[in-house]
Design a protein around this ligand. Structure first.
Ligand SMILES: Cc1cc2nc3c(=O)[nH]c(=O)nc-3n(C[C@H](O)[C@H](O)[C@H](O)COP(=O)(O)OP(=O)(O)OC[C@H]3O[C@@H](n4cnc5c(N)ncnc54)[C@H](O)[C@@H]3O)c2cc1C
Length: 484
């Protein structure tokens, strides 16, 4: 449905003509996020520079009944930032200023388009860092992190985004702006901050974020352990957890992922390993020394054929480069890959990995495994060749892997979010009543269903479920979906 020319003209008046994109070749840039299987061309992309400009855009959308989708860096892997065809994409890319560094309060106030790593870069000279560290941290934005409640390798010990954000400015779907929280921890009243963090852009547009920064640890030791198999590496992880050791990070990669990482960035992982563990211990020197010795002992007892510590910062960075480049490295061994994101109880990791191997053989497609072993968050990478017609088989395999995670008592997503990709799987994990509560909460913020519609909570027509009482969905209203 083409938006009226007067609508675009109004937005140009609010933002300046150069910040309203409408040419087909400009719009194509925004047609998908990191999960390229979902695509749609928006009618307009707007690039506001302030909360007031975001409000101006959202008010106009609310008045005209036009759906809108916030977008950070577009690195999301669940189709969360996929546009609504005929709707507006609100890119926060121009809102990329660090507004305040308050070392006394250990807070940094940023606009939503600031890249995650830039927060640490701003405070590192003062001995602080921003703890949530998604592997995409060089580019993904704080606004996107808030929407997805992003985590990273160091989250089992240091916590997720929700543990490090103390305040937000949120533009509601009617265009009003509200302040949630601030610099203090635990503000009075209901925890609306907790509600908004992880709501995947469905409750409004975040335009300012106050984050907590933490002191850099006195000592950091990064250990690399090579094992014959993921079973043996999994046993080492269980042993560490049972011994009460809490590393900053425990990451595992299997043989295929190691092969790809070596081809891409040569991190020097042990030759012939069926699995490697990267274990990082941080804290006060005496404790780290004691824990390092214990982790080494436990790895060797579980069958590690090599355990070594990074000798210096450069060696440590190289070991991490292998891990953080693992997704992209798959391009060295396959033309296409599909990243799955599921969680299993840590104790059931070996059994689920065996099931993944069986499913891989059954579907005739290779699967590389790289994951945050510390919190049981798996990222199976299904390798396929789209040109050879393997896309559908890859999708089926990825879904079967997710089923295996759920059967093992796990969950749908660890950190990539539900987005568009997994909305239809929500009934597998939540009851009809749960989903109705989610929808009711959402309607309180967004009664007209304009803010990132079609994401997170399943849409009856799109998922083929039994619908509740009829209410026209925003996607139907603009003619891109119909109720059968
Ligand atoms: C190579 C790679 C590695 C990754 N590793 C990790 C990882 O370790 N941990 C992890 O958690 N994720 C990871 N991700 C996923 C992704 O980077 C995160 O979900 C990230 O938080 C998305 O940020 P973004 O700025 O790219 O957001 P986008 O992809 O642009 O958007 C994501 C969602 O946030 C919403 N949104 C964006 N900005 C705002 C805003 N200002 N207000 C309201 N809603 C908004 C969008 O509507 C969308 O629903 C990885 C992705 C890639 C490609």
């Amino acid at each position: 449905m083409a938006l009226a020319a007067s609508f675009a003209a109004e937005l140009r008046g609010v933002l300046g003509a150069e910040h309203v994109l409408a040419e087909p070749e400009q719009l194509r840039v925004y047609e998908c996020d990191g999960l390229t299987g979902h695509r749609a061309i928006p009618e307009l992309v707007v690039l506001p520079a302030s909360t007031e400009e975001v409000q101006g855009v959202v008010r106009a959308c609310a008045r005209e009944g036009v759906p809108f989708v916030a977008r950070g860096a577009g690195t999301g892997l669940s189709g969360g930032a996929t546009p609504v065809a005929g709707g507006v994409v609100i890119s926060l890319a121009r809102m990329n200023r660090i507004l305040e560094v308050d070392l006394d309060s250990q807070r940094v106030v940023v606009e939503p388009g600031v890249a995650n790593l830039d927060v640490t870069r701003a405070v590192a000279p003062h001995g602080f860092f921003y703890a949530p560290d998604p592997s995409s941290q060089q580019v993904c934005t704080i606004g996107g992190n808030v929407a997805e409640n992003s985590g990273g390798s160091h989250c089992p010990k240091h916590g997720f985004t929700v543990h490090h954000v103390t305040g937000l400015t949120l533009v509601l779907p009617d265009g009003a702006a509200v302040e949630l929280g601030g610099k203090p921890l635990d503000p009075d009243g209901p925890d609306l901050l907790g509600l908004v963090i992880g709501s995947e852009g469905t409750l409004g547009i975040v335009t300012c974020v106050t984050v907590r920064i933490v002191r850099m640890p006195e000592v950091v030791v990064t250990l690399l352990a090579g094992f014959e198999s993921t079973d043996a590496a999994g046993a080492a992880v269980s042993a560490m957890v049972s011994a009460g050791i809490l590393p900053g990070a425990i990451e595992m990669m299997d043989r295929l992922t190691i092969e790809a990482a070596e081809l891409a960035v040569s991190p020097g992982y042990p030759e012939g390993a069926g699995a490697v563990l990267l274990v990082e211990l941080d804290g006060v020197a005496a404790q780290v020394e004691e824990d390092t010795a214990e982790v080494e002992r436990l790895c060797l007892a579980a069958g590690a054929f090599e355990v070594r510590a990074a000798a210096d910062d450069a060696a440590r960075a190289l070991l991490w480069k292998g891990r953080k480049s693992a997704f992209a490295a798959m391009g060295r061994i396959a033309t296409d890959y599909y990243v799955q994101d599921g969680v299993v109880p840590r104790t059931r990791l070996p059994e689920v990995l065996r099931r993944i191997a069986e499913l891989s053989a059954e579907h005739g497609l290779r699967v590389g495994n790289v994951f945050h072993a510390g919190d049981g968050n798996l990222h199976p990478l299904v390798l396929y060749d789209a040109e050879a017609g393997e896309t559908e088989r890859a999708r089926e395999l990825a879904e079967a892997i997710l089923e295996a995670c759920l059967d093992a008592g796990g969950s749908l997503t660890g950190e990539h979010g539900v987005g568009m990709d997994k909305a239809c799987s929500m009934p597998r994990m939540f009851s009809e009543r749960d989903l109705e509560v989610f929808s009711r909460v959402r309607r309180v913020f967004d009664p007209d269903g304009l803010c990132n519609p079609g994401k997170v909570v399943p849409t009856p027509r799109l998922c083929g479920e039994v619908p509740g009482p009829y209410r026209m969905h925003a996607l139907e209203r603009i003619g891109v979906a119909e109720r059968l």
